[in-house]
Ligand binder design. Structure first.
Ligand code: ADP
Ligand code: ZN
Ligand code: ZN
Length: 827
């Protein structure tokens, strides 16, 4: 860009604000201006933020004097034009602030909402020869204070535009912007050690060691040298350098290493490392498809000729993954990138291993809970369309935000899962739906896969919006599991229940153990006895901050709130009437685990739920132990229903089907079906037909009947009628408005007011305000207003009206402290 022109940029700031802001560009930065680069900008009172440049222009803002941007962080853009398009789409569709979208989209090391600071470069060698006076001043300050805010830098050097100084310091590798610490440098570079060439030979090395050992002063050096050689191996001619950190972790001091280096015995150098090391097996050949898989593949490819999206409805264990693998292979051969979305990282362990066996390093895993460096490394590879790594990204929902530039295929596995939807914080997006939008933007193909598709997706397929491919037999001709019901009412009357186990289930478990088969028990509640209750007055201990009963956890002997984490010790008497007769209602996974151990003393049982999988690798460990058959019985919440593939499970027990049916939600039946069908699918894979025992007081419930007959389409057809009659998706679109306030009166009045405003336009499409079943969380009272509108209405118009009404509402002095969240397409 020409030297002396005055440019302005619109930037997105990572805060919940709806607007972009315009800044002026100092001349010296003109050369570096580019869309998608990060700029550090002053915002508010003496704060700095890392913003993204989203437009470059020459228009002077009318309503305010533009401040200058301080610094441009990137040499090349980190966000691509396509991504801005997606961000805008999300912001508009999900009614979210663009700053929130940016926050969701970028790995946190990229964004840094707080004050930006500079720190000493980790590899800085402490020589200040090539610094100018101002840079030297900053260096002195950094050595004293370890970090400086940009404002402080300005104060020290007494000038306004600090950009050239910071830039100089960065280029001379004296300082880095703190977020850059991890983002840019550490994933790439590390210090390594190798033996100097003249000693990389057995004889010379022995001679050297002899010489060193002759002087006791050299003790530490000898030790260090031996250590290095022990790692490098005797064959020093082909030495593989040692990571310096490994030695330092082994109590070899930096000064010893420096001495060895000064003597010319070793060399210390920095080099690229890959942080995502994995112990890879050698690549395995891709499996040949069975005839029915082959047919499915051909049908999918056929649909893709005319449609962008295809739904693959394949029963559990039909081998959907192998079909995906073929499509992935074809995309790779065309040089395209592949995005493979999964609902939760937890379930990827098995899949990662499977895909890595085929595709090795081409598979990258991207997940918000992942180490930031790994995320950034993947981001950069995807951005550069790198050929040797991460052409396939396996990720949870946030991976739709990666900077793809040659995306050819998107796969959404287990597309029915509600965890594709982000609930808090905004943007409340559904990654499955975004995958389709993303695919369309890139002219890529999107394949949704599930054994139990969401009603919405199946409907879209039936309506011809998506291609529909059915894969209705299991791989290897294994039969679908046999599903039997244990009638709990009958067993209770006949007194044959052993605590929560029916005699039927007990008997079948024994049979499985005799056959040396493993068992999975499913109970969709964690904890012990969820609820304590007074036998006399029905009092139950409540959370002090939320409107829920506390759940008992036996191991820690506390009552816990599953909404806010509050806990307290169990009461010895009723909080209302003082009676000491407290009984326990309901049961969770922990209780089942306990009871099981009483009945089957010699069997190992392992629980898998939120409580047992918090530690970093706990989930993998449990899966692995179960695969290795170190565990006889796996008991868990819905975590165990998902996409897992075990080969020795003879029996699955669903302890309380009724619990699943009783959720107050229009999707309850659909979900119950999905959960039960999915968990049943874990039974009898590979060689033998499995059994499922479904315990229920209500065995004739139509959903249970559909599960037993493995009749997805029957479930779909019947459920669709309900949805049509009661104005729910897929016929109507929903928007939830959640209002929260600490003062119940304010909230009630406010929510009625907003509802009236909305009703004035939308009439009876507005429901509520209503309190949800948990009407207070963390001391905030909650109300919901629901808007249902016809599928063919213009969503944009509806949303514009909602926005306007909310703005007017929040302009009201009485209500401006009410928090309003909008959830479009709630799950
Ligand atoms: P789904 O994802 O549909 O539940 P999977 O892809 O997990 O099914 O396949 C079920 C099992 O069958 C897996 O153990 C898988 O390795 C095996 N399998 C599927 N297709 C093939 C094939 N074409 N050749 C060999 N084994 C296969
Ligand atoms: Zn609580
Ligand atoms: Zn009582």
């Amino acid at each position: 860009m020409t030297e002396r022109k005055t440019y302005f940029v619109d930037v997105i700031i990572p805060l919940s604000i709806p607007n972009r802001y315009t800044y002026r560009v100092p001349f010296e930065l003109n050369q570096e201006l580019e869309l998608g680069k990060r700029a550090i900008v002053p915002f508010g009172r003496s704060k700095f933020y890392t913003a993204i440049i989203s437009r470059i222009h020459e228009e002077i803002p009318k309503d305010y004097t533009a401040k200058y941007i301080e610094l441009i962080l990137d040499e090349t853009p980190i966000v691509l034009p396509q991504q801005f398009k997606l961000w805008d789409w999300i912001s508009e569709y999900y009614m979210a602030d663009i700053g929130d979208v940016m926050n969701a989209a970028l790995p946190s090391n990229f964004k840094l909402a707080s004050e930006t600071v500079i720190v000493l470069h980790p590899d800085y060698e402490h020589n200040s020869e090539n610094l100018n006076a101002k840079e030297a001043l900053i260096l002195d300050a950094l050595e004293l204070r370890t970090e400086l805010t940009l404002k402080e830098v300005g104060e020290i050097v007494q000038i306004k535009t600090i950009q050239p100084i910071i830039k100089g310091l960065i280029e001379k590798r004296v300082a880095i912007v703190s977020e850059e610490l991890k983002a840019k440098y550490s994933p790439k570079q590390a210090s390594f050690i190798r033996l100097a060439d003249q000693y990389a030979d057995n004889d010379k090395l022995s001679a050297l060691l002899n010489e060193l050992e002759s002087n006791k002063k050299n003790e530490k050096q000898v030790y260090a040298l031996l250590k290095i050689v022990s790692i490098i191996g005797i064959n020093t001619a082909e030495q593989i350098p040692v990571l310096k950190k490994t030695l330092v972790d082994d109590d070899i001091s930096n000064s010893t290493l420096n001495t060895l280096s000064k003597k010319g015995i070793i060399e210390i150098f920095s080099a690229d490392i890959s942080r995502l090391k994995d112990a890879l097996d050698d690549n395995e050949p891709i499996k040949a498809l069975s005839p029915s898989q082959e047919t499915a593949l051909i049908e999918i490819e056929e649909h893709f000729k005319t449609l962008n999206t295809v739904l693959l409805h394949g029963v559990t264990s039909s081998g959907k993954t192998e079909v995906y693998v073929k499509l992935i292979q074809a995309a790779l051969e065309k040089g395209e990138q592949v995005l493979f979305l999964l609902p939760e990282i937890a379930l990827t362990t098995q899949l990662i291993n499977r895909l890595r066996k085929y595709f090795g390093d081409l598979v990258g895993v991207y997940h918000s809970k992942f180490n930031q460096n790994e995320r950034i490394e993947i981001w950069n590879h995807v951005l550069n369309n790198s050929a040797e790594k991460y052409r396939i990204v396996l990720g949870a929902r946030s991976s739709v935000f990666l900077p793809f530039n040659n995306l050819g295929l998107v796969i959404v596995d287990e597309e029915h899962e509600n965890s594709f939807k982000q609930y808090d914080p905004a943007p409340r997006y559904n990654a499955r739906d975004l995958a389709i939008v993303l695919g369309n933007m890139h002219k890529a193909k999107t394949l949704l896969g599930s054994a139990t598709p969401s009603i919405e997706s199946y409907f879209n397929a039936k309506e011809g919006r998506y291609g529909l491919v059915e894969l209705s037999e299991r791989f290897g001709g294994v039969q679908m599991p046999e599903i039997l019901v244990a009638d709990l009412e009958k067993e209770t009357k006949q007194k044959t229940m052993k605590s929560h186990f029916s005699s039927f289930l007990m008997e079948k478990m024994e049979e499985s153990f005799e056959n040396k088969e493993q068992v999975i028990l499913f109970q969709n509640r964690r904890g012990y006895n969820p609820i304590w209750s007074c036998e006399l007055c029905a009092w139950t201990p409540q959370c002090t901050q939320c409107d829920v009963s506390l759940t008992y956890h036996k191991l820690s002997n506390v009552l816990k709130c599953h909404y806010c984490g509050y806990y307290t010790s169990p009461p010895s008497s009723c909080g209302r009437c003082g009676s000491r007769k407290l009984k326990m209602l309901g049961f969770g996974t922990e209780k089942i685990e306990d009871e099981f151990s009483l009945f089957f003393k010699d069997k190992t049982i392992q629980r898998m739920d939120l409580d047992t999988t918090r530690a970093k690798n706990a989930y993998e460990q449990i899966i692995n132990d179960f695969e290795q058959r170190n565990i006889d019985v796996l008991i868990g919440t819905q975590m165990i229903t998902k996409g897992l593939d075990f080969d020795n499970v003879g029996l699955v027990g669903i302890l309380s089907a009724d619990q699943l049916l009783n959720f107050p939600d229009f999707r309850a039946f659909e979900r119950a079906y999905q959960l039960m069908a999915q968990v049943s699918g874990r039974a009898g894979r590979k060689s033998k037909r499995g059994k499922v025992i479904l315990q229920s007081f209500n065995p004739n419930h139509w959903i249970i009947q559909k599960v037993i007959s493995n009749d997805y389409i029957g479930m779909y057809t019947q459920e669709l009628v309900e949805r049509r009659n009661f104005h729910y998706p897929p016929f109507y679109r929903l928007i939830y408005i959640r209002l929260r306030h600490k003062n119940e009166t304010t909230l009630t009045a406010g929510s009625i007011d907003l509802s009236k405003k909305l009703k004035s336009i939308f009439k009876d499409r507005v429901l509520g305000p209503e309190a949800p079943s948990v009407s207070k969380v963390r001391n905030y009272y909650i109300k919901f207003i629901v808007i249902k509108f016809e599928r063919d209405a213009s969503p944009k118009k509806v949303k514009d009206i909602i926005k306007e009404k909310i703005n007017v509402f929040l302009g009201d002095h009485d209500y401006r402290s009410i928090r309003v969240d909008i959830d479009v397409d709630p799950q």
